[in-house]
Design a protein around this ligand. Sequence first.
Ligand code: NBG
Length: 789
Amino acid sequence: MNLLSKDEIIFNLKNTLKSDYAVSLDHAENFEIYNSLVKVVMRLIAPNWEDDSQERFGRTAYYLSSEYLMGRLMSNNLTNLGIEKEIRDSLEEIGLDYNELENIEFDAGLGSGGLGRLAACFLDSAATHHYPLHGYGIRYEYGIFKQEFKDDQQIEKADNWLRYGEPWSIRRESDRKLIDFSDQSVYAVPYDYPIIGYDSKVINTLRLWRSEPIEEFNFGLFNEQHYDMAMQEKNRAEDISRVLYPNDSRREGKILRLKQQYFFTSASIQDLVEKHLNKHESLDNFCKYNSLQLNDTHPAVGVAELLRVFCDVHGMEMDKALEIAQRSFNYTNHTIMNEALEKWEIDLYKEILPRNFQIIQWIDAKRRKEMEELKVEAELIESTAIIKDGLIHMAHLALYGSDKLNGVAQLHSNILKDRVLNDWYRVYPDKFTNVTNGITQRRWLLLSNPELSSLITRNLGHDQWIKNLEMISGLRGMEEDPGFLQEFKTIKRLKKIQLAKEIEEKEGVIIDPNSLFDIQIKRLHEYKRQLLSALHIMDLYYQIKDGNTEDFTPRTFIFGAKSAPGYRRAKGIISYILQMARLINEDPDTKGLLKVVFVTNYNVSYAQKLFPAADISEQISTAGKEASGTGNMKFMLNGAVTLGTMDGATVEIVEEAGLDNNIIFGLSAQEIADMKDYNPYHYYETTPGLKRVVDSLIDGTFNDKDGVLREIHDSLIHNNGWEGPDQYFILADYAGYREAQKIASRLYKDQDEFAKMAIRNMYSAGKFSSDRSVKDYVENIWHIDSLTR
Ligand code: NBG
């Protein structure tokens, strides 16, 4: 890559400000400077990017995902290009502050949690290691909502992330695709984002589709002064890519979601077919050159859509097209929670996508016949049906249409085989495989924690861990070196001070960096059990009120989480924690002992400040429910001790870092599965401290205007007719959790020993790089070669 000198950077920046905004540096707004700077960088990478998007001769992998949680792009891209320092220095020279510009950038929040962040990590890893992997998704006009708190409740505001423009993407009008639904047609217009690897010559592409009307607006109606009606079609078209996960509590919302899925998947498949035919004579060898990864079931419509394009448009035989589909697609399952294993009502589906539905029917019939020929028992044929009980089972379509299915951690993959998809496993054992998730150490250590990164590099004597995280194990034993130990502790303290400052500014709460920072940051969901932690905090509070503070380790509990807007109980749990935080923080008796903070609008940028500052990483989901978790890996890499259950990838974390260096409690996945006639009431009555804290939900301690706290309370101990009590075994695990917390606070008293545990976690994190995950996909699923440059 041709790098620019400082003078050239300044010269180009000034010129861009002139040409694009007609302002000189002295009068420019920060966002104008930010946008212009990005444009300078875009010009720098253009030649390489063009080469890489033209190439695609060899076999290439494509990630189809409804979510990409990219976060901010500038610092990541500049670091990966190796020009962050030059840019900083250049800006300084003209009196500008890089950090201020950085704060101008909105997070690209086109995702809601781990699944979307994983997609972003994979793109980074593939580009870094020269693998041709491109992403396809939706360019939502508004990303994940902006969270605010009012009267101790979450409220959602539109995330207007495009307000200042979108300098990192290029709109490619000429590549637009026509998308037909039964009741409307729209254009899918692509916006391409460069995916810049670290110290890499390869630039991959994330292509996000925007939905636009065929006709801008109805001139005739406008002329007749029916202004709203004149814009109706335009709005309807744009609604398709308006927001991430529109509320689907009613039929209209469900239709919109289905349209979103078909919209981006159809556009992507049309695009791939076109690209393929530009290079090859026919579609016969499509599966030789293209590997399509279905990220969960959102793009599963693609199986039938590929058949439509191959057969209806290009005249291929259905049987042959299905065979090619089955060799092109692979499917990753990210959860065993029922609500995410998508099923569509036949009537709704048929109404919107009649042809796609016909094809699914054909596929399902074909599957039945094939299984009959294989002499599969009738019962299995029925249970694995794609269409049954009035519903289309998208996971089954994805499975049948794919070569491989993978879970995202060993335990999760085993649960898929043994329980959730056992019927499929019995028929197609060879489809099943595992790829344990990972995270990119570039964003989650190098960028988020430069201080720790530098300590690692200095002590290893090289920085190869940035591209090969396994190298970090070279620090094994360093915890016994007093100098290293001291430096680690100093850095941890520094990161805690930085976070405390951030929290004071943003949340108006003062926290003490000397206290133990216990952090739980993830989506709010009952299975993740933020409530378990909250109940225990009440327990500590009552202990303080009772005067039992001898030996008390001062602690700060930090939560960050968004709840789905329509998820009543999750919102109730947020409200409970917010009220509790106020009660505790305002009570003079807790001074110097206990603080609780629920950070507002938890997102990637906030996460980058939170992970490095943690002492304890809370990973306390009901065993068997968390498919993998990736936050657990980010904490580990930044030197935190996991306090958690044996769930998801935490099982593998403990395998790598040792049981002695983490604090594990609770029922195992097997024990939970074996739990018959679970009686939480018994625990409620007999577990020390439990009854009092559970009752704090309803005894008037907190405001329960809409009755949700009572509902949560009752759900813990009563059978409500449609579900058993305490679905997530909070009461059964309470004693274990309380004990684990005691152990944590005892361990923390010996600061050196605690830091040693944290360090052992850090240097054992090598396996959890997304570079390794991507290599696993490459070797076992995608079978692509790295590009030589
Ligand atoms: C999430 C799981 C996490 C997992 C990520 C990435 C969904 C549907 N699933 O445990 O809950 O780490 O996927 O695989 O978002």
